[in-house]
Design a protein around this ligand. Structure first.
Ligand SMILES: *Cc1c(COP(=O)(O)O)cnc(C)c1O
Length: 382
C-alpha cells in the first residue's frame, strides 16, 4: 500500500502564488478587487488569445452570468451535454429554463453533433447550447459551432475541464459567444476556488462584472434596477491564480505524460481502452480515464475498490444528467432519436461510457512508483 494517499487530482503550488498574495497583503489590498484581479484577467485573456475576461468566485458563477446575460428565463429551452458535471446545467435551472440533454459521441465523449441536429428538429429555437470539453478532450467544436451558427443560437462553451487544451490553433473556451473556466481545487490550475467568464464581447464582460458586484446603478446611494450577485473574485485569490497561470503549460505537459504512461502500460490489456483524444486538437488530459470492453466481466467498481484499498483515489465517469433524479423529467436526445446505443444496445452512448468507464488518478505530483503501483493494481483486475 502507498505510504501516502494518492489523489485523483489535487492542487500543486509553486511559490510564485505566495509572492502575488504577499503583494496583496503588503499593500493591504486584500479585498474585494484590486491589481491582482485586473492583472489575472489580462494575463488569462492573453494566454487564451481572447479579448475580455471577468474573474469570478467560481466556474458555476461564470455559467450563471452567461445565462443571465443571454436573458434565459422560464419557458426558454437550453440544450446541454448530458454527460458532464451538474454545474454545466444547474445555472439554467436556477433561471427555470427547460433543459434538454444531448447525448455524447464515442470519438471524444462530448456532445454529438448528430444528436444536436436531432434536438434542433424537435426544438427549433433553443436560447443557448452548452457543450463541454470533458476531461480536457476537445469536443467536435467546429461542427457544433457550424450547427449553432446556422440556427443563430449562442454557445456557452464549458471549458472548465479543458483549460489549456486547444482545437486547431485556438484555445478551448474561445469558440462560443461565452467561454467558462474553473479554478476549483482539483482543476488543472487552482485558486482554491474561482472561475472566469471569457468573451470577445466587451460589453457583455462589462455587464458580467456589473452583475457580479450586486448590480449597483451609477447613483450616489445604493440603487438597483436588476438582481445582482456577489460573484467577484477577491484580490488574494487572483494572486494565487497569477502564480498558477505561470505553470499551466508545465501542468499540462505532466498530465499529457501521465496519460501516455497509462496508454503504454495498458496497451497489452485488450479489455482496456483509454479515453479518446481529438486528432484535430490538443488535450490537457486533466483526468486520464479508461473504459472496459463491453464483453469483459470486470466492473469499474472492482478497480475502484482495489485502488481504494491501497489508499488510491479514483472516480466513476460523470453520471449523465438525464439519469439524475433531479433532472429525470427533462427530455434527452440521441443521434438516432431513441435511447438505443449502437454499440451494445444498453442505452445511449453516454450511458454506455458511464457504465464501463473510470477516471484514473491523474495527480501531477504522483511519483514513478505511485504510477507503477496504480498500473499494477489496475492490471491485476484483468
Ligand atoms: C468544475 C466544473 C464546473 C464548475 O466549476 P466550479 O469552479 O467548481 O464552479 C463546470 N463544469 C464542469 C464540466 C466542471 O468540471
Amino acid at each position: 500500500m502507498a505510504s501516502h494517499k494518492i489523489f485523483l487530482s489535487s492542487p500543486t503550488m509553486h511559490g510564485e502564488e505566495q509572492k502575488f498574495v504577499q503583494e496583496a497583503f503588503d499593500t493591504n489590498w486584500i479585498a474585494p478587487l484590486g491589481p491582482n484581479v485586473d492583472a489575472f484577467e489580462k494575463e488569462m485573456a492573453a494566454y487564451m488569445g481572447i479579448g475580455h475576461a471577468a474573474a469570478l468566485s467560481a466556474g458555476t458563477a461564470a455559467i450563471h452570468l452567461a445565462v443571465r446575460i443571454l436573458d434565459i428565463h422560464e419557458g426558454d429551452v437550453v440544450f446541454c451535454q448530458s454527460m458532464t458535471f451538474s454545474a454545466s446545467c444547474n445555472p439554467a435551472a436556477y433561471e427555470r429554463a427547460t433543459l434538454v440533454f444531448i447525448d455524447s459521441e464515442q470519438d471524444t465523449w462530448n456532445m454529438d453533433p448528430k444528436a444536436l441536429e436531432k434536438a434542433f428538429e424537435k426544438y427549433p429555437h433553443p436560447k443557448a447550447v452548452i457543450p463541454v470539453h470533458l476531461y480536457g478532450t476537445p469536443a467536435k467544436i467546429d461542427e457544433i459551432m457550424d450547427i449553432c451558427n446556422a440556427h443563430n443560437v449562442p454557445v456557452i462553451e464549458d471549458a472548465a475541464e479543458g483549460l489549456g487544451s486547444s482545437f486547431g490553433d485556438k484555445k478551448l473556451g474561445t469558440f462560443g459567444a461565452f467561454g467558462i473556466l474553473s479554478f476549483n481545487g482539483n482543476k488543472i490550475i487552482t485558486t482554491s476556488g474561482g472561475g472566469m467568464l471569457i468573451s470577445e464581447d466587451e460589453a457583455a464582460i462589462r455587464k458580467a462584472r456589473f452583475l457580479a458586484t450586486q448590480a449597483r446603478d451609477p447613483a450616489p446611494y445604493y440603487q438597483h434596477s436588476t438582481i445582482g450577485y456577489n460573484y467577484r473574485m477577491s484580490n488574494v485569490t487572483a494572486g494565487i491564480g497569477r502564480g498558477q497561470l505561470l505553470h499551466l503549460d508545465e501542468h499540462m505537459a505532466r498530465k499529457n505524460a501521465i496519460y501516455d504512461e497509462y496508454r503504454k502500460a495498458f496497451a497489452d490489456v485488450p479489455a482496456i481502452t483509454m479515453n479518446p483524444m481529438n486528432p484535430k486538437g490538443h488535450a490537457n488530459n486533466w483526468l486520464s480515464c479508461m473504459t472496459i470492453a463491453p464483453d469483459c466481466k470486470v466492473s469499474p467498481y472492482t478497480i475502484m475498490d482495489n485502488l481504494a484499498a491501497a489508499n488510491i483515489e479514483s472516480r466513476l465517469i460523470w453520471k449523465p444528467m438525464h439519469l439524475q433524479p433531479v433532472y429525470e423529467k427533462c427530455d434527452y436526445i440521441t443521434a438516432n432519436g431513441t435511447r438505443q446505443n449502437p454499440v451494445n444496445g444498453a442505452g445511449s452512448v453516454c450511458e454506455d461510457i458511464f457504465n464501463r468507464g473510470l477516471c484514473l488518478p491523474s495527480d501531477i505530483k504522483n511519483s514513478e512508483e505511485d504510477m507503477q503501483e496504480i498500473i499494477d493494481i489496475v492490471k491485476n483486475c484483468f
